[in-house]
Ligand binder design. Structure first.
Ligand code: PHE
Ligand code: NA
Length: 452
């Protein structure tokens, strides 16, 4: 146990944690979520969620990892034998995500390449679903989409390579390159976007506050949902990453830095995306609300269209998809590390064996998503994982720690013994009451929209 892998430096850990947090959620989920939930007024519930749930939970997960120096399942079993399964539940969710997340990273590689010469032509949507994915031929799981298969394997080679090299030489090294590069690339894109004609109209629409929305419960649930997903909370990731921290580490401070870095990136993405949407709406002479999209639609249908209309489109298209690639890859490494660490400890095997078995299995499953039938299923799987799997994982986690094992006080003392900022009763209230309540509401609301 004493020779547990460790981060080389504090910055290395922070870059890896920020690399996990900053992902597709910041770029393609946050902007539309904020816009649809009150625009400028959304920042009130959003900041509230960050401070009452996001950062407190991050502190909790960092403390668990730091204190028990184990993967998520083993950490939970050290807290109480009966709750090891919560760690496995989180690992399982991460495993499932890691089977389809690389598909999107693979698309980004292809689209970075397509940017030169704007291969999607003047019908990017038709190109994406038709020429590129051929989704019209639904249903057949055997028929591989060749455009996806090769970049998918490339993604896996990169991911397994860094995971195989270990915490410091692999994960830390990768994030030391990827994350600064991502920030620079993204900054260039945002500068370009806000200097396009129409950008200000876009920003106006994004920041225009609808104050009435803060009296709407579903807006609050959306804010908490965004924070949980965006900070990679309850995926076993942050527990695993913090288990590699040296004994002397300021846990609480690290959590604040991670939380604020992620939110800053999110805000920057909102500005960039809406500036670009403003440009597009002016070009097409339509209302912004007509062009707002999130997820795959935003990145692979709307953005190609915007890119086509921009000067130097090849260059900026390449940068945009390179940013998606880097943001996705660093998150992908973090999700996969959860089961690498879990398997390693459960079966006392080497990292190499765990990477081959765990990563190999995820790779095999992911090949299924590279077939037409698999691609058609991707949305549904993602929907259930995000709406139920994660919310449940978070709920199990806080209830187990706060109410079943009653270890909040214990964790608070541990965090305070190494951190400058001292946690007080407010921290236990956030985790014992606010977070479980919100997660409970989230489950109920999701179920309600499901049946209606
Ligand atoms: N936090 C990432 C984002 O905001 C998403 C993510 C969730 C990544 C879970 C890994 C695991 O995009
Ligand atoms: Na994020």
């Amino acid at each position: 146990m004493e020779n547990r892998s460790q981060w080389g430096t504090r910055l290395g850990f922070l870059l890896a944690a920020i690399g996990s947090a900053v992902g597709l959620g910041n770029i393609w989920r946050f902007p539309a979520t904020a816009f649809e939930n009150g625009g400028g007024a959304f920042f009130v519930p959003y900041l509230f969620a960050l401070l009452t749930a996001g950062i407190p939970l991050l502190i909790m997960e960092y403390t668990i990892g730091h204190k028990y120096r184990s993967s998520s399942p083993r950490s939970f079993s050290k807290i109480s034998k009966g709750v090891e399964w919560i760690g496995w539940w989180q690992v399982l969710i991460s495993f499932v995500i890691s089977t389809y997340y690389p598909i999107i990273i693979a698309w980004s590689i292809m689209y970075a390449y397509f940017s030169f010469g704007t291969k999607w032509g003047n019908d990017p949507t038709g190109f994406f679903v038709g020429d590129f994915l051929n989704l019209a031929d639904a249903g057949t799981f055997g028929s591989v989409v060749p455009a996806v298969m090769i970049p998918l394997l490339v993604v896996w080679v990169i991911v397994l390579f860094f995971l195989g090299r270990g915490v410091k030489k692999g994960i830390e090294f990768a994030n030391r390159i990827f994350i600064p590069t991502l920030f620079i690339v993204f900054f260039i894109i945002v500068i370009r976007a806000v200097t396009l004609p129409g950008a200000m109209e876009g920003l106006d629409a994004f920041f225009k506050p609808d104050w009435g929305s803060i009296f709407d419960g579903s807006v609050w649930v959306a804010a908490y949902g965004q924070i949980f997903f965006s900070l990679s909370i309850a995926f076993a990731i942050m527990i695993t990453y913090s288990s590699y921290l040296p004994k002397k580490s300021d846990i609480t401070n690290n959590a604040f830095i991670t939380g604020f870095a992620n939110s800053s990136f999110e805000l920057l993405a909102g500005i960039g995306v809406f500036a670009a949407l403003g440009f597009m709406s002016v070009q097409a002479d339509t209302d912004i609300s007509e062009v707002v999209e999130s997820g795959v639609g935003l990145a692979f249908m709307v953005f190609p269209e915007i890119i086509s209309q921009m000067p130097a489109s090849g260059f900026f298209g390449f940068l945009f998809f390179a940013a998606l690639f880097l943001a996705g890859l660093s998150s992908m490494i973090s999700i996969s590390e959860t089961y690498i660490a879990g398997l390693q400890e459960k079966f006392s095997i080497s990292r190499g064996t765990a990477v081959l078995c765990g990563g190999g299995l995820a790779l095999l499953v992911s090949l299924f998503y590279a077939t037409q039938g698999g691609l058609n299923l991707l949305d549904t799987v993602d929907h259930f994982i995000n709406n139920y799997g994660v919310a449940l994982a978070g709920l199990f986690e806080v209830v187990a720690i706060a109410w079943f094992a009653r270890s909040l006080k214990d964790l608070q003392n541990h965090a305070n013994s190494v951190s400058d900022i001292k946690l007080g009763i407010w921290w236990r209230i956030c985790l014992g009451f606010i977070t479980p309540l919100v997660l409970g509401c989230m489950m109920i609301l999701n179920l309600k929209t499901e049946v209606s």
